[in-house]
Design a protein around this ligand. Structure first.
Ligand SMILES: C[S@@+](CC[C@H](N)C(=O)[O-])C[C@H]1O[C@@H](n2cnc3c(N)ncnc32)[C@H](O)[C@@H]1O
Length: 171
């Protein structure tokens, strides 16, 4: 799969609202196409933790993106729970994912989505880039109360963007 185009990466950063975020996580940064657009929109005091399991991509990201706001985490996405605890974060404002969930079994996908939902602050935003038209939406709806979808047509193949949120719980 070719790296995500700049236009699509910008749209993802916009949907996630990273321009007003302090704590952002990215799942599956690969060679950093979306990472760079997140960093270009992120405020100066914002931070981005990028979780990547493929060691050559981890090395590439560390060697090519020199930005004190970025931490490349050489762990799988669900390690976000431990990172949040270690960093003592109240909750992420946004999580952006390009992990190819449709190649995983649904139980593993659910494990990652649940970890994401629990790591977000109330009303924090989860944005997933997918190419499979149907796989993710029902699994996402099981973990998030509000799920919106859009198709980004200026890409071959058209990309599916899913944006999910959980509103604050009533006391
Ligand atoms: C399709 S690539 C996307 C790369 C880049 N974000 C882009 O959009 O061009 C998916 C990436 O997800 C990574 N990945 C797969 N499973 C993962 C997991 N459980 N946790 C974190 N990253 C994962 C892969 O190693 C790969 O770099």
């Amino acid at each position: 799969m070719a790296p995500t185009s700049r236009g699509l990466a910008r749209r993802i950063a916009r949907l996630a609202g990273v321009e007003a975020a302090r704590a952002v996580a990215e799942f599956g940064p690969g060679t950093g196409a979306i990472t760079r657009e997140i960093l270009s929109a992120l405020p100066g005091d914002g931070r981005l933790w990028a979780f990547e399991v493929h060691a050559p991509f981890v090395d590439h990201l560390r060697a090519t993106i020199d930005d004190r706001r970025l931490d490349v985490v050489a762990e799988s996405a669900e390690a976000i729970a431990g990172l949040r605890e270690r960093e003592n974060l109240p909750g992420f404002d946004a999580i952006v994912s390009a992990v190819p969930f449709s190649l995983m079994d649904p139980a593993r996908t659910t494990e990652i989505l649940r970890a994401a939902a629990q790591a977000l602050r109330p009303n924090g935003v989860f944005v997933a880039l997918q190419y499979h038209p149907r796989y993710l939406a029902p699994l996402l709806s099981a973990e998030f109360a509000v799920v919106r979808r859009e198709v980004y047509l200026w890409n071959i193949p058209p990309a599916r963007l899913l944006r999910a949120q959980n509103p604050p719980r009533a006391e």
